[in-house]
Write a protein that binds this ligand. Structure first.
Ligand SMILES: Cc1cc2nc3c(=O)[nH]c(=O)nc-3n(C[C@H](O)[C@H](O)[C@H](O)COP(=O)(O)O)c2cc1C
Length: 213
């Protein structure tokens, strides 16, 4: 039993509204605007997003990753392609992204299809990372069971000794671009009559609609 009375926790959302006339012509331009506002307001990991994937047996799973770029091609993140999410995306590239910007009483939901990034882009990003992160990536087979912390520390020390200079991009390391099909912008409003405006990709371009909250 929680000591905290969760059922009594509630917030009124009254910071802002989202009107059809506020929408940019496409969801990436709209996202750019909200991402900048989120970064201004939140700073710490405002670009963190929840990525949800689905396993071959239909089991969904979610985890945070950092958004590292966005363009008309889609939303970019980097990870280990041998990880649980990497294996699941190889079997089913459909995935969902969620940006939980509580401080702004906003969320953005994305549904789309993930494609592995070209090797050159992965290498360019990997080489921009601090050496410690590069060594950590080289030392860790993400999502696999390890015997204990000591095994990780030993693998890190081993990578450090093996690569006194530049750390090569591990074979398992990669990135994805998620091409959006549906993007929802959610703004909290009073009396739970929140604004939900959705962009859907069609053969003729983006259409927008409002959903009931
Ligand atoms: C704020 C935050 C940011 C993260 N960013 C990344 C990331 O960019 N790439 C990544 O592989 N894991 C990132 N992680 C770790 C993942 O949440 C997750 O533990 C890891 O990717 C393994 O997930 P999987 O076993 O489901 O594949 C982040 C975690 C947090 C809390």
């Amino acid at each position: 039993m929680s000591e905290l009375d969760l059922s009594a926790l509630r917030e009124e959302y009254a910071r802002d509204g989202l009107d059809e006339t506020d929408l940019a012509a496409d969801p990436v331009a709209m996202f750019d605007r909200w991402m900048s506002e989120a970064h201004e307001a939140i700073r710490h990991d405002a670009n963190a997003m929840v990525v949800s994937t689905v396993a071959a047996d239909g089991t969904p799973s979610s985890r945070m990753v950092l958004l590292k770029g966005v363009s008309d091609a889609g939303f970019v993140f980097f990870t280990n392609t041998g990880s649980r999410k990497g294996v699941e995306l190889a079997g089913n590239p459909r995935c969902a992204l969620l940006f939980p910007w509580h401080l702004l009483e906003r969320q953005v939901r994305v549904e789309g299809v993930a494609t592995p990034l070209p090797r050159a882009e992965v290498e360019a990003y990997f080489s921009s990372r601090p050496r410690g992160s590069q060594l950590g990536a080289a030392a860790s087979h993400q999502s696999r069971v390890v015997a204990g912390r000591a095994e990780l520390d030993a693998a890190y020390a081993d990578a450090e000794a093996r690569y006194p200079d530049a750390v090569p991009v591990p074979d398992e390391w990669g990135g994805y671009v998620v091409r959006p099909e549906v993007v929802e912008f959610w703004q909290g409003r009073t009396s739970r009559l929140h604004d939900r405006l959705v962009y859907r990709r069609t053969a003729d371009g983006w259409v927008t609609e409002r959903l009931a909250p």
